[in-house]
Ligand binder design. Structure first.
Ligand code: NAD
Ligand code: ZN
Length: 379
């Protein structure tokens, strides 16, 4: 089959590799129909992780079941399914409590497994013609009858729609509240969208890319261009000096100033400054425990200079981590099915799998107009 293979920093190729096969009776094989490139893929693409050459990338897959293992009971060939980017067993102590992003079965020695991802276990990714799905009964979300018609919406259930939603859940966003989201990439846009779905009365989205800020405005969020004035000042002005009720961090360790200099704590500290006393912050942007290629001395060891004093004085709360996609995907799927949500509005490019190297290059450069790429292997 054809698959997107990581060769080294900024070097990926569409290669011919052996087809995956059923390895355990609980596996299913899926023929991929749509598979997104994620901001998280860029951590590997940019050489910021220790992912091994030869790894198939991709963790946002949707497709058709073509084969099931002997122990799979609720799926059959022909079902159209979307897989959470996390791989989880469904029966460990974390999965039982809904922390499927922290499964302790699928990646021994670590809490959490995923397709095609550094440090997340020996699983190949879904930017390929076929994907092996472990614990398929648990991991496959069977899509409704309009699966193919709304394929561009449903494929966002693999990661970024639940992840944006998770940011608002960690921040405990409630009806009527004001929310500031840092980062207007796909994840930040989905966080702003989710905040509006949850009934927020005022949602601000901070970034400096005009095309991404325009999408935010189209949603009914207030775009904040942090290259014009410090974002905390702009947020304070919009809330009459009170600050926002809740904040979402959707950038991560590669937060930088508008001129491109990396400051891994910039968004965290801006949120501590912008959220009102006793508010809450949800952090879904990725921070790493080791980042040897960072130019920042602290960040090399996964540390940042964090405004803990102000955070404490304000009595703020903060939640973080990988999204437990399984907790949300069935319900967000219902919003799509009933035309209450249309997350495909962020898609800028629909391309064949062969175009992956070209797409990674443009998306990595955050070039104007490259917000979200869907690859269509079966097209
Ligand atoms: P992206 O890189 O396309 O978007 C990031 C955006 O942040 C860019 O538009 C950039 O201009 C902006 N930005 C950079 N520095 C900023 C600053 N100081 N202030 C405001 N905006 C700033 O990526 P994405 O796909 O939207 O993903 C965002 C983050 O979410 C990444 O770290 C990704 O790995 C992470 N992620 C986490 C999960 C999870 O489960 N927690 C899942 C998916 C993605
Ligand atoms: Zn992703």
């Amino acid at each position: 089959m054809k698959a997107v293979v990581y060769n080294g920093p900024r070097d990926i190729a569409v290669a011919n590799i052996p087809d995956p096969r059923i390895e355990r009776p609980t596996d299913a094989l899926v023929r991929i129909m749509a598979t997104n490139i994620c901001g998280s893929d860029l951590h590997m693409y940019e050489g910021r992780t220790d992912v091994e050459p030869g790894k198939v990338l991709g963790h946002e897959p949707l497709g058709e079941i073509v084969e099931i293992g002997a122990a799979v009971t609720r799926l059959e060939p022909g079902d159209i399914v979307c897989m959470p980017f996390n791989i989880s067993c469904g029966f460990c102590s974390n999965c039982e409590r809904g922390y499927t992003g922290f499964c302790v079965t699928v990646n021994p020695g670590y809490a959490g497994g995923a397709y095609g991802y550094a440090g997340m276990g020996p699983y190949d990714g879904g930017q390929a013609e076929y994907l092996r799905v472990p614990f398929a009964d648990f991991n496959c979300l069977k899509l409704p009858e309009d699966a193919l018609e709304k394929i561009d919406d449903y494929v966002m259930l693999a990661d970024i729609f639940p992840t944006g939603y998770h940011a608002t859940e960690l921040a405990d966003v409630r009806p009527g509240e004001s929310v500031a989201v840092f980062g207007a990439g796909p994840v930040g846009l989905m966080a702003a969208y989710s905040a509006l779905i949850r009934g927020a009365s005022q949602v601000m989205l901070v970034d400096r890319h005009a095309d991404r800020l325009a999408l935010a405005e189209g949603l009914g969020a207030i775009p904040i261009d942090d290259s014009k004035a410090p974002p905390v000042e702009q947020i304070m002005a919009l809330t009459r000096g009170r600050g926002v009720d809740k904040g979402c961090e959707c950038v991560g360790y590669h937060a930088h100033d508008p001129r491109g200099r990396e400051h891994p704590s910039a968004t965290l500290n801006a949120l501590v400054g912008a959220v009102r006393p006793t508010g809450a912050i949800g952090v879904v942007g990725v921070f790493m425990s080791e980042d040897p290629h960072s130019s920042n001395k602290l960040a090399k060891h996964g540390h940042v200079d964090f405004d803990i004093g102000l955070f404490f004085e304000k009595g703020l709360r903060m939640g973080s981590g990988q999204t437990n996609v399984k907790v949300y995907n069935r319900w967000l799927c219902e919003l799509i099915r009933r035309d209450r949500a249309k997350p495909s509005f962020i898609i800028s490019h629909r391309l064949p799998l062969e175009d992956a190297p070209h797409a990674y290059r443009h998306f990595d450069a955050r070039e104007d107009g490259w917000t979200k790429v869907v690859l269509r292997p079966a097209a």
